[in-house]
Design a protein around this ligand. Structure first.
Ligand code: PGA
Length: 234
C-alpha cells in the first residue's frame, strides 16, 4: 500500500522541514510505503530532512523537455538532481485551472518515466460527467492516454470528491478501480477527501492499492493515522 500526501500550494520550506522532522520521529509502520509531494520550493528541504528514512519525496508536476524556453516549468533532470523520486501528473487542478490535457499529461508522464522518476497520474470524472453516465468514457480516455510502465501508478480522484468532504461510495470506488485496471496494468490509488475517519473503509475496497491524500496530509496526526490504517489493511 502506498500513502502519498499531495500538499498542493501549502507549506514553506521551513514548515516542510519542521513537518518532515516530526514525521521522522513517529515510527511509521514498515508495511506501508509513504511519500510526500511538497511544492517545488520545499523539495530540497524535504529530501534533506528525510534523507536517512524510507519516506520518499515527489514533485507535483514535471515538464516533458529536459531544458528550454518553458517559463515556469521544471524538468525531470532537475528533480532527479535534487533527490526527488517521483512526480504527480494530470492532477485535476492542473487540468481545470492550467489547461492540462490528456496529451500534455501523457508527455509529462512519459518523459518523467524515461528520466527514471516514478509517476502518479491522476484521472477522474467531474460531477456532471458522472451524472450524465459518462464516468467510464472519461476514465477510458484519460487512462488510455497514459504510457504503461511498472513505475506508473494511477490515482483515481473523482473531481467532485476533491477537497469537498464527499467521498466516492465503496461501490463507486470498486467499480472505478476495476475499470481502470482492466485498461492498464497498474496500481491504483484512491484520492478525494481521504481522512483518518474514512480511510479504513476506502482502503479496504478491492482494487485499492493506497491513497493520494490532500488536505489530511497537511496535518501530521491525520497523515500518520492514515498511514497506520493502511498498514493494518495492507
Ligand atoms: P483532498 O485532495 O484529499 O484534499 O480531497 C486530494 C487530491 O487532490 O489529491
Amino acid at each position: 500500500m502506498l500513502i502519498a500526501g499531495n500538499w498542493k500550494m501549502n507549506k514553506t520550506a521551513e514548515e516542510t522541514a519542521e513537518f518532515c522532522h516530526a514525521l521522522k520521529a513517529r515510527a511509521l509502520p514498515d508495511e506501508v510505503d509513504v511519500a510526500i509531494f511538497p511544492a517545488f520550493t520545499s523539495l530540497a528541504a524535504a529530501v534533506q530532512a528525510l534523507a536517512d528514512t524510507e519516506i520518499a519525496v515527489g514533485a507535483q508536476n514535471v515538464h516533458w523537455e529536459e531544458a528550454g524556453a518553458f517559463t515556469g516549468e521544471v524538468s525531470a533532470v532537475m528533480l532527479r538532481e535534487l533527490g526527488v523520486y517521483a512526480a504527480i501528473v494530470g492532477h485535476s487542478e492542473r487540468r481545470q485551472y492550467f489547461g492540462e490535457t490528456d496529451e500534455s499529461v501523457s508527455r509529462r508522464a512519459a518523459a518523467a518515466l524515461q528520466a527514471g522518476l516514478s509517476v502518479i497520474a491522476c484521472v477522474g470524472e467531474l460531477e456532471a460527467e458522472r451524472e450524465a453516465g459518462e464516468t467510464e468514457d472519461v476514465l477510458r480516455r484519460q487512462v488510455l492516454a497514459l504510457p504503461e510502465d511498472e513505475d506508473l501508478v494511477v490515482a483515481y480522484e473523482p473531481v467532485w470528491a476533491i477537497g469537498t468532504g464527499k467521498t466516492a461510495t465503496a461501490d463507486q470506488v470498486r467499480e472505478a478501480h476495476a475499470f481502470i485496471k482492466g485498461l492498464l496494468d497498474a496500481k491504483v490509488l484512491y484520492g478525494g477527501s481521504v481522512s483518518p475517519e474514512n480511510a479504513a473503509e476506502l482502503l479496504a475496497q478491492d482494487g485499492v492499492d493506497g491513497a493520494l491524500v490532500g488536505g489530511a496530509s497537511l496535518d501530521l496526526d491525520s497523515f500518520v493515522a492514515i498511514c497506520e490504517t493502511a498498514a493494518r489493511i495492507h
